[in-house]
Design a protein around this ligand. Structure first.
Ligand SMILES: NC(=O)C1=CN([C@@H]2O[C@H](COP(=O)(O)OP(=O)(O)OC[C@H]3O[C@@H](n4cnc5c(N)ncnc54)[C@H](OP(=O)(O)O)[C@@H]3O)[C@@H](O)[C@H]2O)C=CC1
Ligand SMILES: O=CC(=O)O
Length: 294
């Protein structure tokens, strides 16, 4: 199967590379075109615009930073809409809000194409290892056709119903994850300031009811103030913001998520947006450098 792939950031690069390793023919595009070179070395072809990728491929996947990027790649000049047509499918795996996803879906369907939203849970390493959790919604027939691709990218694919349900599920999950990261940061800080070993805290947590892979993976690096970006903090803050908007729409009070969003915003204002989202620990500790927003 030949697939197009738009967006070669941390996730897109790992996902496209995995598809190549598993025998798919892949045509890639990235806004910064030079980032395509590494994938070309692995066997990919380049499409010089999103429209050219869609023209060439029956199925095109996008993995872009945020709603503005997802909309731009579809609606702007040389975008997906210029070439999408009957018989072609567009699968947007970016984390966006349901409104953005619906706008894209409506435009694609109006041109005769089919649309699936399929945001993922899981970060850089799960993307490299094909261990993502895929939260799809939209065109069921397209879901079934694209399953061989999802089987290479993920350990489990869900089909959640109409467009918007995948986007909303992803935002709820990341709202919980962002709040947990703030709770861990406060716990590590409190342990340290009250004379306990943060590493021993991690060991204790790992044996009990709130043991989880995220604390296990990120905790030791946080103790060493190391935040190599797997999930950039600016994207986690975007997800908290979008989840809070969803809470507004449904009158769901979310004081914990709101406080966590403030901490991520503050981290961005200190220039930590491009680091891993665990860098919010620097804000909790009060040790963040002054810096420019990212
Ligand atoms: N990293 C993670 O752990 C996870 C991320 N996600 C979600 O996946 C998506 C991608 O994340 P990730 O790969 O980490 O992000 P990156 O920041 O590493 O990559 C973002 C990608 O979007 C492109 N982009 C940004 N703005 C535009 C624009 N206006 N027009 C066209 N392209 C644009 C970038 O292009 P360029 O190279 O030119 O800047 C790049 O290809 C996000 O929605 C994120 O929330 C979901 C699960 C896990
Ligand atoms: O969206 C981020 C993730 O780790 O999932």
């Amino acid at each position: 199967m030949e697939v197009g792939f738009l967006g070669l950031g941390i996730m897109g690069k790992a996902m496209a590379s995995r598809l190549l390793k598993h025998g798919f023919r892949v045509t890639v595009w990235n806004r910064t075109l030079s980032k395509c070179e590494e994938l070309v070395e692995q066997g990919a072809s380049i499409g010089e615009t999103p429209a050219l990728v869609v023209k060439k491929c029956k199925y095109t996947i996008a993995m872009l930073s945020d709603p503005a990027a997802a909309l731009s790649v579809v609606f702007d000049k040389d975008g997906v809409l210029e070439q999408i047509s009957e018989g072609k499918g567009y699968i947007d795996m970016s984390t966006v809000d349901a409104e953005t996803s619906s706008k894209i879906s409506e435009a694609i369907i109006k041109k005769g194409g089919s649309f699936l939203e399929a945001p993922v849970s899981g970060s850089k390493k799960p993307a490299e290892d094909g261990q993502l959790i895929i939260l799809s919604a939209g065109d069921k027939a397209l879901y079934e056709v694209i399953l061989p691709v999802f089987d290479v990218l993920g350990k489990k694919s869900f089909f959640l119903g109409e467009v918007g349900k995948g986007a909303r599920m992803k935002l709820v999950v990341n709202m919980i994850m962002g709040s947990m990261m703030n709770a861990l940061s406060e716990g590590l800080c409190l342990a340290d300031k009250s004379g306990l070993s943060p590493q021993t805290l991690l060991d204790v947590l790992d044996l009990g009811a709130c043991s989880n892979p995220m604390f296990k993976l990120k905790g030791p690096a946080m103790i060493e103030s190391k935040y190599p970006p797997a999930f950039p903090l600016k994207h986690q803050q975007k997800d908290m913001r979008l989840a809070l908007c969803l809470g507004d729409e449904h009158a769901v009070s979310m004081p914990i998520a709101a406080a966590s969003n403030e901490a991520f915003k503050k981290a961005r204002s200190h220039g930590l947006g491009d680091l891993d989202f665990s860098a919010v620990y620097e804000i909790v500790k009060g040790t963040a450098p002054s810096g420019n927003a990212a």
